[in-house]
Design a protein around this ligand. Structure first.
Ligand code: C2O
Length: 546
């Protein structure tokens, strides 16, 4: 087994974007942070040293962390934060996953600038299930904030109003050269040669925005998503929710020139009044015939921000390449609502702190529980050490009342309860979760991410999930295997997985504003019998809360 050692130093680094210099929180002074490259089967050892003034943790998004849940990273779930001056070494092995994942801070909104790519090449001695691409480049889609993201999240949670939107979208950390005041040479350049193939490992690292991505004049052949291969298909535009990755191959089959690649927003209630800004990078042919620098490259045609039809058509094309092992007998059948809600405003709050309707604050919930993180112990520590009073095990398997989830919902249902409620799973049980979007406050697309697992997406649809008719739509043959699924606006998605990884695993909306408002729940998966079905003991340097 090959072991890769890395040092991540969290620091505050002055960075210039959009004509302003901000003190960004970075890993090793870079945004995006370092790209990690491993083969399937390798081990990663990453020592994180916190030289910034903020608590932080790092999450390895999509890595299964089989029996190594202490290295997963969400703060107060699997560890307490690494305090300023502290260190923690994450150790884990990639088991069975190939393609593109990523890593990001899982603490407040620090992932705004603390993120990077994790590339997993095929297992030593094996190859891709497609012709080996000549070149490869990670394409990280992000958001840039002039303000400090810790202040932005404080505002969003305290006022419960819609948070400030970011000041720019970015590709590989750069807004690109179409923004006002963007430096003319600031767009990321992606090289290609005539006749070559180039694998773009596209990652949506944006905090709160689903994004379309396209390359002018070049077809995108989708070959993988969330580090699982898919049956190849060709698209001109792809859409990724925050947390999702998509591997696409482009061919150098156009006239040698420069072409824009671009990302633009797909709807989100926070960005209802979005501006039509586009972030760009440049695909540049390596050829003498390339036009002079002042030539304006063609832009790809981006869908409208509310083009749900094209999103539905795109997501319905994913099929797993490998033989799917979908559980057919279900031990745990959960129906979980996913949506917004309202919270009453504490009486002593000044009115400008409560920007929801009628002096309320926005909140969000799953099955009417708005998730609250503990602060004195991590959930995993409390679970393993039997510490009482940190969480309760009464997360409901179904919503407290049945209602028309996507219709006009009575105001009595708008106010969730708060709690640190988990759902316990026996080791090895087969789990189905129907994720049902609600139209409380507003209907919205939610990218739901489960830690510690990949799951099969059996079906997605609009309206209320109907077990009588919708189960007939389940794909049990070749459904895609992913770690983040979009729950469509006013619709539903059904996922299945086998609970074969003991530990404590958070499932949450990957729009950071929603997780801050409580759109999360936690599965506690018990140990099985024997050592290989049990979580490893905690590392000696695990950060504690006290
Ligand atoms: Cu990529 Cu819990 O997150």
């Amino acid at each position: 087994v090959k072991v890769h050692y890395h040092d991540f130093v969290i620091q505050e680094t002055p960075m210039k974007r959009l004509c302003k210099t901000v003190n960004a929180i970075t890993v090793n002074g870079q945004v995006p942070g370092p790209t990690l490259e491993v083969n399937n089967g390798d081990t990663l050892v990453v020592k994180v040293t916190n030289r910034a003034h903020y608590n932080i943790t790092i999450h390895w998004h999509g890595v299964r962390q089989i029996r190594t849940g202490w290295a997963d990273g969400p703060e107060f779930v699997t560890q307490c934060p690494i305090r300023p001056g502290g260190t923690y070494t994450y150790r884990f092995t990639i088991q069975g996953q190939e393609g593109t994942l990523w890593w990001h801070a899982h603490s407040s909104w620090l992932r705004a600038t603390v993120y990077g790519a994790l590339i997993i090449y095929p297992k030593q001695g094996t190859s891709y299930p497609f012709q080996k691409p000549k070149r490869q480049t990670p394409i990280l889609l992000g958001e840039w904030w002039d303000a400090n993201p810790v202040d932005v999240v404080r505002e969003a949670t305290q006022t419960g109003g819609a948070p400030n939107v970011s000041d720019a979208y970015t590709i590989n950390g750069q807004p690109g050269d179409l923004y006002d005041c963007a430096a003319k040479d600031a767009a990321a350049i992606v090289p290609i040669a005539t006749g070559d193939t180039h694998l773009l490992r596209v990652i949506n690292a944006a905090l709160n925005q689903e994004l379309f991505f396209s390359v002018a004049n070049h077809a995108l052949t989708v070959v993988g998503a969330d580090a699982s291969y898919v049956k190849p298909f060709t698209a001109s535009v792809i859409m990724l929710g925050p947390g999702q990755t998509t591997d696409v191959i482009i061919s150098g089959d156009q006239a040698p020139s420069r072409y824009y690649m671009a990302a633009s927003p797909y709807q989100s209630a926070q960005n209802a009044a979005f501006d039509n800004t586009t972030t760009t990078a440049i695909l540049e042919y390596k050829a003498a015939a390339c036009p002079a620098k002042k030539f304006t490259p063609p832009l790809p045609l981006m869908p409208a921000f509310n083009d749900t039809n094209s999103v539905t058509a795109f997501t319905s094309r994913f099929r797993s390449l490998e033989k799917a092992r979908v559980p057919t007998e279900i031990d745990e059948d959960l129906f979980v609502t996913v949506g917004l809600g309202l919270d009453s405003c504490p009486p002593f709050y000044p009115p400008q702190m409560c920007q929801g309707p009628n002096g309320t604050r926005f909140t969000s919930s799953m099955n009417n529980v708005s998730f609250v993180l503990p602060s004195n112990f991590s959930l995993l520590q409390a679970h393993k050490q039997g510490i009482q009073g940190v969480f309760t095990t009464d997360f409901p398997a179904t919503p407290p009342v049945q209602f028309d989830y996507t219709g006009n919902v009575s105001q009595a249902l708008w106010q969730p309860v708060k709690g640190t409620k988990v759902y316990k799973l026996r080791f090895g049980s087969s789990v189905q979760v129907v994720l049902q979007g609600t139209s409380i406050v507003t209907g919205e697309n939610h990218p739901i991410h489960l830690h510690g697992y990949d799951f099969y997406i059996l079906a997605q649809g609009f309206g209320n999930f109907d077990p009588q008719t919708d189960t007939a739509k389940f794909n049990l043959v070749d459904p895609p295997l992913r770690n983040t699924v979009g729950v469509p606006v006013n619709g539903w998605s059904v996922i299945r997985f086998v609970a074969d990884n003991p530990g404590v695993w958070i499932m949450h909306c990957h729009l950071d504003v929603h997780i801050s408002w409580g759109l999360a729940m936690v599965f506690v998966v018990e140990n099985g019998i024997g050592e290989l079905e049990s979580i490893e003991p905690p590392p000696a340097d695990l950060p504690l809360c006290y």
